[in-house]
Design a protein around this ligand. Structure first.
Ligand code: GAR
Length: 226
């Protein structure tokens, strides 16, 4: 049995918080993590309600009214550091982060991104995948570095792009996989199996990943009774 204390985690969100929910569910189901606080840059984020429902402290730090990114990120870091987390998870946190902020949490900040990185960094990934005629799309969890959506990828999940997909249907298919990916990666980190190496690569079980891990496909649904 693993006797280590649960990993102390602070989550940053901006929206629905369904990935946060997946992490909270994992914690409830016994994953060795403890969500200490959820911080949002907008008071309207539904994820705040999800966190309150689970009894997790929430904080809002609006980016509005800040003169520049450095000033906001400095206050955000101060808020995070009050909890002294071992890992910061970006769970739909829709802000570009300054290098100073990113470096402060080097090796202990992860992001989930809705594309098969390095494809489609940035926004509108699902529409861009459709426009590019991709037959496969997906999501990635990566360590955060100063390069936007450019840090070493830990694990990915792939989904097919179907002929009648629009951005909404594709996003829903990808999001379902995100909810499996994030608890897996955070769980590895919590178990001490995953770290960011000095070579800039993700290391799992003592070995540098040459390519991202791939989340195995979910079991196929039972065929409907005929
Ligand atoms: C997720 O699809 C996540 O990958 C994406 O925002 C969504 C948040 O959903 N993140 C980014 O695009 C970051 N660049 P959620 O609030 O329901 O977890």
């Amino acid at each position: 049995m693993d006797e280590r204390a649960p990993l102390q985690v602070v989550a940053l969100i901006s929206g629905s918080g369904s990935n946060l929910q997946a992490l909270m569910d994992a914690q409830r189901q016994g994953a060795p993590i403890r969500l200490q606080a959820v911080i949002s840059n907008t008071a309207e984020a539904y994820g705040l309600e999800r966190a309150r429902h689970q009894g997790i402290p929430t904080e809002v730090l609006s980016h509005r009214g800040y003169a520049d990114r450095d000033a906001f990120d400095a206050d955000l870091a101060a808020l995070i550091d009050r909890h002294n987390p071992e890992l910061v998870v970006l769970a739909g946190f829709m802000r570009i982060l300054t290098p100073g902020f990113v470096n402060r949490y080097a090796g202990r900040m992860m992001n989930i991104h809705p594309s098969l990185l390095p494809k489609f960094r940035g926004l509108n990934t699902h529409q861009r995948a459709l426009d590019a005629g991709e037959r496969e799309h997906g999501a990635s969890v990566h360590f955060v570095t100063a390069e936007l959506d450019g840090g070493p990828v830990i694990i990915q999940a792939r989904v097919p792009v179907l002929a009648d997909d629009d951005a909404g249907s594709l996003a829903a298919r990808v999001l379902k996989q995100e909810h499996r990916l994030y608890p897996t990666a955070v769980g590895w980190f919590a178990e001490g199996r995953l770290r960011l190496g000095e070579d800039g690569r993700a290391h799992l079980d003592g070995r540098a990943l040459q390519a991202p891990m791939l989340m195995e496909a979910a079991a196929a649904p039972e065929p409907a009774p005929s």
